[in-house]
Design a protein around this ligand. Structure first.
Ligand SMILES: *Cc1c(COP(=O)(O)O)cnc(C)c1O
Length: 380
């Protein structure tokens, strides 16, 4: 029984054939610069516009509110720094959470050094912020609330609708890092009162190195990257045409039949948890199953070192993660697990399985088989 099972879809996802096929012409025959005024350039321009419409449709906003970037991290930086710099005369207070992705956390820490005041909201044991604590944190000089849609380590879905209402009531901009949500959850950004949102193509079977920032037309923001007039002068640089085309195709596929996909993934995820609970080892979930994205299962295997577990799984062709991908080379416990009250011991016994639409019940059987077979070694 030798298989390859990829259950690390929160780190990245596989580029699908359909997406690759859509991209290919823009990597060879249609190589025109989208700013050029002959047919070859216009082809690229039109392809970008088509992709922009698809991205906008996926989150129910207008196409001229979408700016393509080089990924989720850039979108987070563009939005947070852009809003902070352009609105600092109104106030220098920003509210975020203690469990954000580093692209948001480190951007906020950078702004702190630049004289901004940041409130990092605590979360409960399931990773959710407290809405009244958020509302009580709003001050006269608060300009921005930045709360992630779905946490990348424990899968918690934050109370986005309630946050949107509060932000609107207090006239504060609301940004959400939706990198783990787009393609997994249906999003209507306008209905949720979201003013700005970040996403990344490689998290929904698109190519790496391309993402988008949705920034509502009523928002004043400064540019992160200055230069040419691309993206309405808001994000300079010759466009990554093939990447953008791939993102458009990928988001179109990912947002089709989301509920059906969610149900299938949740069923497989729950099956995996059920099987893990039967192992001769104490297994428990970090956070709970309420308000959690369908594919995430972050579990603690009592008394087992997660590095050893990762190694054994890898030797058997199974890809999982401990902490988040960006943190996993560092020997400090994950800031997310720490924030929900896990001690170092628990954090160092925790594994994140993140399932996607390509996973099957057979994959689950194989994962459980491999763990069971190696349980004695793992316990030592
Ligand atoms: C992956 C991820 C990012 C970073 O996106 P990149 O495209 O890899 O830069 C940001 N936020 C969250 C929640 C993520 O999961």
């Amino acid at each position: 029984m030798e298989k390859f099972v990829y259950v690390d879809n929160s780190a990245t996802t596989k580029l699908t054939k359909e997406v690759l096929n859509e991209m290919m012409p823009y990597l060879n025959e249609y190589y025109g610069n989208a700013s050029s005024n002959y047919l070859l350039g216009i082809k690229s321009r039109e392809a970008i516009q088509k992709a922009r419409n698809k991205v906008a449709n996926a989150i129910c906003v207008s196409a001229d509110e979408i700016y393509f970037t080089a990924g989720g991290s850039e979108a987070d930086n563009m939005i947070i720094k852009g809003i902070a710099m352009a609105n600092k005369d109104r106030g220098k207070h920003i509210i975020t959470t203690s469990i954000e992705h580093l692209a948001v956390l480190n951007t906020c820490m950078y702004l702190e050094k630049e004289g901004f005041d940041i409130t990092y909201l605590k979360v409960d044991k399931n990773g959710r912020i407290d809405i009244s604590e958020l509302e009580n944190s709003i001050r006269e000089d608060t300009i921005l609330i930045s709360v992630m849609f779905v946490n990348n380590e424990i899968g918690t879905i934050e109370p986005i609708e309630e946050i949107g209402k509060i932000a609107k009531k207090h006239n504060v901009y609301f940004h959400t890092d939706a990198v783990q949500a787009v393609g997994n959850i249906t999003i209507d950004a306008k209905k949720l009162n979201i003013d700005a949102l970040s996403m990344s193509a490689h998290k929904f079977h698109g190519p790496k190195g391309v993402g988008a920032a949705y920034i509502s037309e009523n928002i004043v923001f400064s540019n992160l990257i200055n230069g040419g007039h691309q993206e309405c002068g808001r994000r300079a640089g010759t466009e990554n045409v093939a990447g953008i085309v791939g993102m458009g195709k990928a988001i179109e596929i990912a947002t089709k039949n989301i509920e059906e996909k969610e149900n299938k993934i949740r069923m497989i995820r729950d099956y995996l948890y059920k099987k893990l609970l039967k192992l001769d080892c104490r297994v428990s979930v970090n956070g709970n199953f309420e308000n959690r994205v369908a594919g995430n299962l972050n579990v603690c295997f009592d008394g087992i070192d997660n590095n050893n577990m990762l190694l054994i799984l890898d030797m058997n062709g199974i890809c999982v993660s401990i902490g988040s991908a960006c943190n996993s080379n560092v020997a400090v416990p994950s800031h997310v697990l720490t924030a929900i009250g896990c001690d170092t011991k628990r954090a160092s016994s925790s594994i994140r399985f993140s399932l996607g639409d390509q996973n099957t019940l057979d994959d689950v059987e194989y994962i459980v088989y491999v763990i069971e077979k190696n349980l004695d070694i793992l316990k030592k």
